[in-house]
Design a protein around this ligand. Structure first.
Ligand SMILES: [Zn+2]
Length: 108
């Protein structure tokens, strides 16, 4: 079987549907001695009446520490940077095997 090419984390967050496991890269953000789930700005559709278009959403939740070699469920909360009202919750099941390599993620 061919190895699937890993998907950049930001693209996974923006575009990939729930219910399937994908190989992902750039998942982890290093913050001093801590390893967290990376939470870049994402560009997605905002349905608020003052937006009604694609806008950048900024991460508005707490930092999410990861443990290498473990799996975990994470809830990522994003807020639209244009209206400041719309929130998007992205739930992710994450299998961290490698700090800088390919990991596995699934939205649920
Ligand atoms: Zn908005």
């Amino acid at each position: 079987m061919l190895e699937e090419k890993p998907i950049p984390w930001i693209l996974f967050l923006e575009k990939y549907p729930a219910g399937k496991i994908y190989p992902v890269k750039d998942v982890i953000e290093i913050d001093g001695p801590f390893f967290n789930v990376s939470t870049p700005d994402i560009r997605i559709y905002c349905d608020h009446k003052s937006c009604n278009a694609e806008h950048y959403f900024k991460y508005s939740g707490l930092k999410l520490p990861v443990n290498i070699g473990k799996t975990g469920d994470y809830i990522l909360k994003y807020t639209c940077s244009n209206c400041g009202v719309s929130e998007r919750i992205i739930k992710i099941h994450l299998q961290i095997n490698s700090l800088f390599g390919t990991n596995k993620a699934m939205k649920y």
